[in-house]
Design a protein around this ligand. Sequence first.
Ligand SMILES: *[C@@H]1O[C@H](CO)[C@@H](O)[C@H](O)[C@H]1NC(C)=O
Ligand SMILES: *[C@@H]1O[C@H](CO)[C@@H](O)[C@H](O)[C@H]1NC(C)=O
Ligand SMILES: *[C@@H]1O[C@H](CO)[C@@H](O)[C@H](O)[C@H]1NC(C)=O
Ligand SMILES: *[C@@H]1O[C@H](CO)[C@@H](O)[C@H](O)[C@H]1NC(C)=O
Length: 265
Amino acid sequence: MRYLPNSCLVFFFLFFSLFHNLSCASTEKELGWCQAQFQCGNITAGFPFSGGIRPQLCGHPLLELHCFKNTTSIIISNNFYNVHNIDQTSNTLRITKAELQSSFCNGTFTTATLPPEIFELLPAYKNLNVFYLCDSKLPYRSSYTCPGRGPVSVSQNLDYQNSCQGSFTMNVPKSYVPEEKELNLTQLENTLKEGFEVKVKIDEKACQECSSSHGICGFENTKQVCCNEASSSVCNTFHPSNGKFLNYQTSSLTSYTEIENLYSP
Ligand SMILES: *[C@@H]1O[C@H](CO)[C@@H](O)[C@H](O)[C@H]1NC(C)=O
Ligand SMILES: *[C@@H]1O[C@H](CO)[C@@H](O)[C@H](O)[C@H]1NC(C)=O
Ligand SMILES: *[C@@H]1O[C@H](CO)[C@@H](O)[C@H](O)[C@H]1NC(C)=O
Ligand SMILES: *[C@@H]1O[C@H](CO)[C@@H](O)[C@H](O)[C@H]1NC(C)=O
C-alpha cells in the first residue's frame, strides 16, 4: 500500500472527488426529507430519529428505526429491540429486547448495554441479574430450570457469582421483585413483554432554536447540526459549551487529504 503508484493516487483522487460531489448532491436532496416523519404502524417519529423515509443524516446514528410488518424496531449495541411506543414530547421510548419477548429460556443470555451517551433508563426501571450455568447441586432463590440449560436464577444482587459460571443483566420495572423460592417464569415473561422505558439524551433546545430560524436539524455522525434550508451544504455544528451553533462548511479537500495521508510513506 505504501508504494502505491501515482496513477493509483490520481484514481483515488478522481474517485473521491466524484464520490464527494455525488454525496453532496444527495445530501441536499436528503435534508429536505428530514421534515418527513418516520411512520410505522401507529408509531410516528421525527428528529432525532432516522429510518423509513428519513435519511440517516436526519437522526443520531444510534437512533435508526426500522419497520417490518407495522412493527418498529431499533438495534442497540447489536441487540434487536422492538419499539412499542415513542413519546416525542418527553423523548422516551418503550422497548423490549426482541429475543426475550417470546421465550426467556431460548434467549441468548447476553447483556444488552445501553450506550450511556444517548440512552438513559427511566427511574421506574432497574437492572436485574440473571445467573446461569449454575452448579445444579446447590440451591438457588428465584430459580427455574430451563430445558437444556440447567438452573437459572434471577437476583437483584451478585450472590451467585461464585456458584454460576454465566450471568447477564436485563431491564425490568422496579416493581418487579423476584419471588423467594421458585421463579414464576410466566410472570417474568409477561414483565419482559411489557418492556422498559429509556430517555433519549438529545439537546432539544438546540434543535428548536434551529427550526425557529428555518434550519433543518440533522447529524454529522454523532454531532448535532443545524443546516440551512436554502443551501444545505452549509451546516452549523452545535457547540455544547456556549449553546451556540458554530458555522462550518464541509470541505471537499478533507477526503482527499485523508486518503493521501493513508498512502504517504
Ligand atoms: C399501537 O398498536 C398496538 C397494537 O398494534 C397497541 O398495542 C398499542 O397500544 C398502540 N399504541 C398506541 C400508542 O396507540
Ligand atoms: C399495516 O397497517 C396498515 C394500516 O393499519 C394495514 O392496512 C396493513 O395491512 C398492515 N400491514 C401489515 C403487514 O400488517
Ligand atoms: C425453544 O427452543 C426449543 C428448541 O430449540 C423449541 O422446541 C421450543 O419450541 C422453543 N420455545 C419457544 C417458546 O419458542
Ligand atoms: C405466576 O404468575 C402468573 C401471572 O402473574 C399467575 O397468574 C400465576 O398464578 C403465577 N403462578 C404461580 C405458581 O404463582
